[in-house]
Structures are given as C-alpha cells and as structure tokens.
Design a protein around this ligand. Structure first.
Ligand code: ZN
Length: 436
C-alpha cells in the first residue's frame, strides 16, 4: 500500500508539473470525478474512514473471537469484512463497533463490552501490518500515511456503562472513541428512538454523561436515539456530535433516520451524519417491507405456536410470494444529496454498518464497494474536494473539534456524580427507596 501510494503521488506530480511530453497530444487522464479512476484517485489521498462496522460481534458469534478459525487475511465470503476487501475499498480508518445487545444489562453488558474491546485489541495485535490503534485525528493520518487502517472503537449504547461515569471513563481509556447514547432500548438517562419515550430526551444525569464525554474528547453518537435525545444532546454538547450510522428521514421515513430539523442543528453544531447502508433505512419500499414481514411473522407465530417447522415453512412461503424489494446504491446517494442540501457538504460521512446487517444494498455488499459509491457521487457532480470530505476529511475535522473541546476542559475535574444523586433513580432507572 505504501509503495503503491508513493508511485501514484510521483505520477500525479509529474502530470501536474507537465513533465510528461506534449500537452495537446495527451488524452485526459481517466481520473475525472464519476469514473472508477476518479474514485480511486480521491480515495488514494483521502481513504474511507467509516463510522460503524460490526465485525467484532460477528467474530464473537461465529468464531468465539478466534482469528485462527476465521482468518481475515484470507477472503471470508461469509463476512462483509476482510483484509483483501478493506484494501479494495480503500478503507484507511474504521470505528469498530464494540456493540453488545441492549438485552444485556448491568455488569453483563459491561463485561461483554470489555470482551468486544479486547477482540479489537487482539485483531490489531494479530494483523500489525494492516491495523494500528488510533485515538486522535493525528493518529488516523499517521496510520493512513503508512498504508495501515486506523482502528478506533465505538461503544453502541449507554447500557454498556451501566449508568456509571467512571465506567465510561475506563471504556474511553481502553480506546473507545465514541459512545452511542442508546441502542434499541431506552437507558435510564436517555430515550431510544425504538422504545416508548420515557424521559422526552435525556435526563440531568444524561447531560452529565454528555459533559463528561466532552471533557474526555469522546464523540457523542446520536444514531439510535430519539429526536428529543438528539436535540438535547446537541444543546448540551460543547463538541461536534456524530451519527455513526444513520440516514435522512425525509428520504426514508423510519425512526432510525435523522429528521431535517435535526440535520440543520447538526450543521450548526459542526457535527456529521455518517450515511449507512442498512436496506431498511435506505429505501422506503424496503422499510415498508420489513414492517410487513414483521407483522406477518407475528401473525404466523400466533397461528403455529410450538410448531417450529410449520412456522418456518409458512414464513418461507410468504417470503417467496413477497420478495424483499432491493435497496440500491443510487438510493444511498439520494440520502447524501439530501443531507448536502439541508445540512451541507461538511456534515456528511459514511458508516456502512457492514457485518451488522442481515441484507445488503445492491452495489454496496461489502467493504470493498465504497469506491462505487464515490464514483456515483462523482457522476452526480460532486467535486474531488466534496468527495474527500465525505470519504474521511469531515470526520477528521469532527474528531479535531472534539479534541479541541477536551483541551479547553483539561483543568476540569472528572465528574463523580451518580445517577442516584442526580436523577434520584437506581442504575436501572427504578425509583430510589424513600430515605428514613
Ligand atoms: Zn446500530
């Protein structure tokens, strides 16, 4: 990678300096935006920095984290991520999700998160020529300059800290660069977008969590949160926020996507929406289909009861007569167009959610496919500069913004507040017993 990059830069500088023979006779280099060559040229200087990849959870489920059993140095078609395809995709930075299911609570959530973090450290140790741990934007740029993939981590859901700010600090110390405030369920201090609203946003303790993340320089991730949580967090945060894997609600109306009013606030905050390739968040038809499929599955479950084989056969028959509509790469580009229109080109990134999805967007099936999206945007008139912002420069700016905020808060002491003190509830959100 390093040698390849070097050769490219030399060739590019020869072309620029006109050292290559007669001007008029030269055909235009095949690097115009919109061509494969154009995408490769952008991504060679500004590699993809992706906001969300669930490889650690896949490795847990499929191989108990054993990279001998699934060696990602070799092609692994049962996964969406492996080293050959990361190279093909020009990936230079990755926030590895250290997701654990929201069904896990308390210590079980914390220890499973630690196991996920351990797996990322092990992956970096195991493939030292391809991965290096990164904390800061400078770390990322240093890694990319040597042709390695800057490896960061994102905690996906506040359940991973069990309502404990000290636990948040320790996850950050172990390498977590962002935390999504909630996953699919509310946490005692913040509402999720896929649960019944309880707080109408974030609680006073939730605000304290956001302030501590600002102090640490940890990015506040608002994917999965309710619009009220988004607005509260943007109001409280002194640093740019991120959406590590979310799309535009005006293009695909599902609760997981970002409403226009919030997109405008993200612009004011200096943050970023990292567009995701989850079919049900990309295409309205796919979203409607998954709602229908879920309803059908519930109906059939009630009909078949304990008859598992009968249920499976009926579900299969339903899916055969009701095939899933395919979400397309062009529709992903439509989300990017919309976010550019509402928030601006400086507030767009990519967060594919590869290996966290059960179906894929046509044309964006794995981590090797990012260049096809960059080429599509080039065809739509995005300049090389625009494309470089989307591929990685915007998230680097956001990281630097969070680092600058943390620098101004360096003399502030760590928060020792507890949810019991601030919100008068237990760590699970139950009312405290009356004091006698
Ligand atoms: Zn997610």
């Amino acid at each position: 990678m390093h040698a390849f990059l070097h050769v490219r830069l030399v060739v590019a500088s020869l072309v620029v300096s006109g050292a290559l023979a007669p001007v008029a006779a030269q055909p235009a280099p095949p690097t115009a935006p919109g061509t494969a060559g154009g995408a490769a040229a952008v991504l060679t200087t500004s590699p993809i920095i992706d906001g969300h990849n669930d490889l650690p959870w896949e490795m847990r489920q499929r191989a108990r984290y054993d990279f001998d059993r699934i060696d990602i140095a070799a092609p692994q078609p049962q996964l969406m991520t492996d080293l050959p395809r990361l190279r093909q995709g020009h990936v230079g930075g990755q926030f590895w999700s250290v997701y654990v299911p929201a069904e896990l609570q308390g210590d079980a959530a914390v220890s499973a998160t630690l196991e996920q973090i351990d797996a990322v450290h092990e992956m970096v140790r195991r493939y030292p020529d391809r991965f290096v741990l990164a904390r800061t934007a400078d770390d990322v740029e240093r890694a990319m300059a040597t042709g390695k993939i800057a490896s960061m981590m994102g905690v996906e859901g506040g359940h991973s800290i069990d309502s404990s700010i000290a636990t948040l600090r320790m996850l950050h110390r172990l390498g977590a660069g962002y935390m999504t405030l909630t996953h699919s369920r509310n946490v005692p201090w913040a509402d999720s977008t896929s649960d019944d609203p309880k707080l109408g946003g974030i609680s006073a303790f939730g605000e304290e969590v956001v302030r501590e993340m600002n102090r640490l320089g940890m990015l506040v991730d608002l994917s999965h949160t309710s619009p009220e949580t988004m607005a509260d967090a943007i109001r409280v945060s002194r640093a740019p926020v991120i959406f590590s894997h979310s799309n535009a609600r005006a293009v695909c109306d599902v609760p997981r996507n970002v409403p226009d009013a919030i997109l405008r606030q993200v612009a004011g905050n200096g943050g970023i929406v990292m567009v995701t390739f989850v079919p049900g968040f990309v295409s309205q038809d796919a979203a409607n289909y998954s709602r229908r499929a879920q309803a059908q599955s519930q109906l059939l479950q009630s009909q078949f009861g304990a008859d598992k084989a009968g249920l499976d056969a009926a579900l299969k028959a339903w899916r055969t007569t009701n095939p899933e509509p395919r979400a397309t790469l062009a529709q992903v580009a439509d989300h990017i167009d919309h976010i550019r229109k509402v928030a601006g080109i400086d507030h767009i990134g990519l967060g594919g959610d590869f290996d966290g999805i059960t179906s894929v967007v046509q044309g964006l099936e794995h981590v090797g496919t990012y260049p096809a999206l960059i080429a599509e945007l080039g065809r739509r008139g995005y300049s090389s500069d625009d494309l470089a912002k989307i591929s990685g420069r915007n998230i680097l700016r956001v990281m630097r913004g969070a680092e600058a905020t943390a620098a101004t808060l360096r003399s502030t002491a760590p928060s020792l507040k507890t949810i019991e003190d601030v919100d008068h509830v237990t760590r699970r959100g139950q009312p405290l017993p009356p004091v006698r």
